[in-house]
Ligand binder design. Structure first.
Ligand SMILES: [Zn+2]
Ligand SMILES: [Zn+2]
Length: 329
């Protein structure tokens, strides 16, 4: 790739201001103007030359060094961008700006049959916010993918994206909890992706968001939902979510102890009975079994795959851990 093609490509690709100025610097730097760079390798050599050139002028020391570093940085950005643009996703059009083919990174919606975005449009959040994108750097065959299985939408929330919190509400929540304004705003985005009703997150969605753990009825997940749903209306409203997470993630020891006690006190009579403790431990055991089930199965399969029984080895060869010291003398 020569510089004549590189620079227009950089400019046309709706690139960032930094890259545009890098291209401008490329065009105006004497060290480079002299260098007839015709390939990426030559560009790298030119970069070295410009760096060395700055080093020679020891009288202009610091300033020259700094601008040299900046130049190198901009150079790297421009090089990276140019390298990315080299990937052409032929036959793929950006569904937002219409660029065709998409160059550089391609973002393919995993929840829609045929929806792609270019890097620039993806950054602007133009698609349904609850959809998850696959990031594709190296082009995949265009006809190989359209009818692959679509992923289910991960978040069932249907609040509109424009629905935002008032400043007063954020300030109140920041006052009442351990979260600051930015954290509360981020939590609200997450809340919107799960809330399917105006009252908030219903129990069914809460269970769905627990993945495999939410599939079976379990006392622990019931108790966690009850913990969040402070007013017992069957929905977790946003203030309830923030208050609950504040205790779980950032709470003081006292707050956590109170919350744990209430969790175990299933009938709410102010004491934890033997039956309640037993029921909770049983539920916890089931939950932890469920948590490791997939992992254990995958590890078992991996171990069987790696096991090499071709040679005539003693059984002890399968145990690779060192023999512990001590024992009988
Ligand atoms: Zn686009
Ligand atoms: Zn989509």
């Amino acid at each position: 790739m020569n510089r004549a093609t590189l620079i227009p490509m950089l400019i046309s690709g709706a690139v960032t201001a930094a890259v545009t100025s890098a291209a401008w610097l490329l065009a105006t730097t004497p060290a480079l103007a002299r260098d007839d760079a015709t390939s990426d390798r030559d560009l790298a050599a030119a970069r070295r030359a410009s760096r060395d050139g700055n080093g020679d002028k020891s009288s202009e020391a610091d300033n020259a060094d700094e601008s040299g570093n900046l130049l190198n940085l901009l150079f790297s950005i421009a090089e990276d961008q140019a390298r990315k643009e080299g990937y052409v996703h032929r036959g793929i059009t950006c569904n937002h700006c219409g660029t065709s083919p998409i160059r550089g990174l391609r973002y393919k919606c995993s929840n829609c049959v045929d929806f792609d975005l270019c890097e620039t449009c993806e950054a602007q959040e133009v698609h349904q916010r609850t959809h998850v994108f696959l990031k594709i750097r190296i082009p995949i065959p265009p006809l190989a993918n359209p009818r692959t299985a679509l992923l289910n939408v991960f978040y069932p929330g249907n609040r509109s994206a424009s629905d935002t919190l008032s400043w007063d509400k954020i300030r109140d929540l920041a006052h009442q909890t351990h979260f600051d304004q930015l954290e509360i705003e981020a939590l609200y985005e997450q809340f919107k992706s799960l809330a399917t009703s105006e009252h908030g997150i219903p129990k069914s969605v809460f269970e769905q968001s627990l993945g495999p753990l939410g599939l079976e009825k379990n006392l622990i997940t019931d108790r966690i939902f009850a913990f969040f749903d402070a007013d017992h209306d069957g929905h977790i409203a946003f203030p309830e979510l923030v208050a609950g997470l504040s205790v779980l993630c950032k709470g003081t020891l006292d707050e956590k102890i109170t919350c744990a006690f209430k969790g175990y006190d299933v009938d709410g009579d102010g004491r934890i009975s033997h039956e309640e403790l037993h029921a909770m431990f049983k539920a916890y055991f089931h939950l932890s079994m469920e948590l490791v089930r997939d992992v254990v199965k995958a590890m078992e399969e991996e171990m069987m795959d790696q096991f090499n029984d071709e040679e005539n080895k003693p059984v002890s060869a399968a145990f690779t851990a060192p023999i512990p010291a001590g024992g009988h003398q």
